[in-house]
Ligand binder design. Structure first.
Ligand SMILES: Cc1ncc(COP(=O)(O)O)c(C=O)c1O
Length: 356
C-alpha cells in the first residue's frame, strides 16, 4: 500500500498508478511470476506460438464470459481501443462510431477521435472518421443517433477520467438491447473498470450483459504494460491474419503477469473490493463539508466532487503523505490497490475531512 520517496518518506497509495498496481507494490506472487518468465523468454512475436500467451489468452477469454472467443494483445489501453475501432469497421463495413460526451478511451489518433474533452482534441481536429457524441446515460440519445452507417457504440461502464459517473441501474442492459436490435456492435471499455476494480472481474458482469468487443488494460498484467481487445465469434470471423499486429503485443512477460493476475483475482478478493468500496463510499459520504458536492463510485473506483480546484486538495493530501489523483475538472479520485483495509480508509477519510 506504500511508496517511498528519495528521503525514504512513506506515502499511502490510494491511486495505484491510475489503477494499475491492483495488488499493491512488490506483490510476492506477481513478482515471482514475472521473474520466472524473465528467466525464460520475454519477447516473442505473435506469429510464433508461446505457452504463456496461449494460457493467458485461454484464461482471459473464459473469465470474460461465454460469448467471447479471441483476444488481440497490445501494450496499452489506447491500443486496445485502436484495435476495437478497426475491428468494428472491418466487421460491419461501416465507419460511423457513436461515443459519449466526457468519454475517455485513450489519446492515440483513433482513440482520441472517440474521446471527449476539447482540450485534448482541439490541436488535432479534424480527427478520424465519422464520430457522433451523445449524452452518457441517455438511452433515447443512443437510439436517435444510430443510422444505416453506424458500426458501433463505444462506452465505459462507469465514466472514469470524465469524473467517476456511474450510469443508472438499467442503462447498460438497455444499451445492449438497442445495439442488438439495431444491428450495431457494442464496444465496452473496461480498461479502468475491469480486472476487479468494481467488485466483479468485469463491471458489466454485474449487469449480466456481454459486449461484442471488450477492451482491457491497466492492471491486467500485474503492472507490465498491456492492452487486450477481447472479441466474440462474429467479430473474430471478420478479421484476417495480419490485419492488425504489434511486435510487443502478447509478449510472454506481460502474459505471465496476466496469468498471475487472473489467478489472484479470486471471488474472495472481489468480495473484499466490494466491501471496502462500500465502506469507503459510506465514510466519505459522512464528511460534512460545504466544499463537497457529491461522492460517487462503485467498488474501489471512487470520486469526490468538490466545489473548488481539486488540485489544491490533492497537493494537501500529498503533504500528509497520501497519494490520490484527479478526474474531470472537479473530482478527487481514489483507485486504491485491492489490498486496502479499513485502517487505510479511516486514515484517508480523516485526513480529507481535515483538509476539506
Ligand atoms: C476507460 C479508459 N480507456 C482507455 C484508457 C487509455 O489507456 P492507456 O493510458 O493505457 O492508453 C484509459 C486510461 O486511463 C481509461 O481509463
Amino acid at each position: 500500500m506504500y511508496l517511498y520517496d528519495e528521503k525514504n518518506e512513506k506515502y499511502l497509495d490510494v491511486m495505484s498508478n491510475y489503477g494499475v498496481t491492483i495488488f499493491g507494490h512488490t506483490d510476492k506472487e506477481i513478482t515471482s511470476a514475472l521473474t520466472q518468465q524473465l528467466n525464460k523468454v520475454t519477447t516473442l512475436h505473435g506469429s510464433f506460438n508461446n505457452d504463456a500467451r496461449a494460457l493467458a489468452s485461454e484464461l482471459l477469454v473464459k473469465r470474460c464470459g461465454e460469448s467471447y472467443r479471441y483476444v488481440y494483445w497490445s501494450n496499452s489501453g489506447t491500443e486496445a481501443t485502436e484495435a476495437a475501432l478497426k475491428f468494428a469497421v472491418v466487421t460491419t463495413g461501416k465507419k460511423k462510431i457513436i461515443t459519449c460526451n466526457h468519454a475517455y478511451h485513450g489519446k492515440t489518433l483513433g482513440a482520441l477521435s472517440v474521446t471527449g474533452g476539447e482540450k485534448y482534441r482541439k490541436p488535432f481536429t479534424p480527427l478520424l472518421w465519422n464520430v457522433a457524441f451523445i449524452e452518457y446515460n441517455n438511452i433515447q440519445a443512443l437510439e436517435n443517433e444510430i443510422d444505416d452507417n453506424t458500426a458501433a457504440f463505444i462506452v465505459e461502464p462507469i465514466q472514469g477520467e470524465g469524473g467517476i459517473y456511474p450510469p443508472s441501474e438499467s442503462y447498460l442492459q438497455q444499451v445492449r438491447k438497442i445495439c442488438t436490435k439495431k444491428g450495431i456492435l457494442l464496444i465496452v471499455d473496461e480498461i479502468q473498470t475491469g480486472m476487479g476494480r468494481t467488485g466483479s472481474l468485469l463491471s458489466i458482469q454485474k449487469s449480466g450483459i456481454e459486449a461484442d468487443i471488450l477492451t482491457l488494460g491497466k492492471g491486467l498484467a500485474g503492472g507490465i504494460p498491456v492492452g487486450a481487445t477481447v472479441i466474440n465469434q462474429k467479430v473474430g470471423s471478420a478479421i484476417f491474419k495480419g490485419l492488425h499486429t504489434s511486435t510487443f503485443g502478447g509478449n510472454p512477460l506481460a502474459c505471465a503477469g496476466v496469468i498471475a493476475t487472473l489467478h489472484k483475482l479470486t471471488p474472495q478478493l472481489l468480495e473484499h473490493v466490494d466491501q471496502m468500496g462500500t465502506y469507503f463510499i459510506e465514510k466519505l459520504s459522512g464528511i460534512k463539508s460545504p466544499n463537497i458536492i457529491a461522492v460517487r463510485g462503485r467498488g474501489l473506483m471512487i470520486g469526490v466532487e468538490v466545489k473548488e480546484n481539486r488540485n489544491d486538495y490533492l497537493k494537501k493530501l500529498q503533504q500528509v503523505k497520501i497519494l490520490a489523483i484527479p478526474a474531470g475538472d472537479t473530482v478527487i479520485r481514489f483507485l486504491p490497490p485491492y489490498i486496502i483495509g479499513k485502517e487505510h480508509i479511516d486514515l484517508v477519510v480523516a485526513e480529507l475531512e481535515k483538509i476539506i
